[in-house]
Write a protein that binds this ligand. Sequence first.
Ligand code: TRP
Length: 358
Amino acid sequence: MPLFGNENESLKECIARSPMLWRELEEQPSKFRILTGERTTGALHIGHYFGSLKSRVTLQNWGVELFLVLADYQAITDRTSTEMLKESVFEIILDYLAVGIQPEKSTIFCHSMVPSLNQLMLPFLSVVSMAELQRNPTVKDEIALSGTKSVSGLMMTYPVHQAADILYCKGNVVPGGKDQLPHIELTRLIARRINHLYFAGESFFPEPELLLSAPILLGVDGRKMGKSLHNAIYLKMSEDETAKLIKQAKTDSDMHIHYDPVNRPEVANLLRLYSFCTGTEPEILADQIGNSGAAGLKKHLTEAVNEYFRPIRERRNHYRSETALIWNILREGNLKANEIANQTLNDLRKAMHMQYYE
Ligand code: TRP
């Protein structure tokens, strides 16, 4: 199959495979190792929570082994300032603990502190062509979105780095949105080529699958919920800050609330969030609000969001002063990641005839 040849076909396959994969993960958790994570560009918001954090905790609690990468080198693909990295790493670990990630079960590490992981990028780069790098649709979108004329070498090659994130620990499932699909396909291709070249086709590296998560929440302004758009409700926000943000949320002038994602996307988005927090269908919630309009919707929504996130925020506040504990969790995670990465790199270098002496 050509790389990025038919994006829609692979996406369709991925969507079709998803329910089966979920079932296998629940029934045979020990067959899987999950690797996922995020760029360290700031604290996480409730879009991250409902889109991915919540399901990571479910998978963890089923007994699936979880590796979470804080992708600090990937944070500098489109920027050169690094002042915010330390705070971002800290904030994200707090978010993880608050939502129920347990460091005894799940490994939290950052890739800048795992040298062997980074070195894997070199043999990986050698099996990927420039053309393959240049036609990655996610990278192309990100370049277009950034509006820059000068594209960094890291921007063009970070998907290969991401393959190293996944393959150093032989992750075979990667939860992520559909924008991650080109990266996973590239990872599969790298795994296949390395296995073929240096392991006689044996699967030294697995070919990971994307466990697709849908983008489900928009920001309060109706655009994609984003860290830089000031439209996101953060896990770290107080109840008052949450109320203020929801109050400002964009709606429409129709006083009667009903659920119509096509014609009333902003109202539908708020109803969806309300539904996530209460477990009641958005249509039913809309009926309950009826003629009390956007103001009524916002009032109920604020209560529901604050109630849902209260225990999570309490845990977060509790951990916030535990600086030593937080850094220790990262230290332990990095130690474990280094052990695994050293082993993987050594095995690969041996297969590449690069082990020159005992
Ligand atoms: N690219 C991912 C994002 O932008 C972050 C990431 C880095 C990642 N390495 C990864 C995701 C490995 C999954 C697997 O959110």
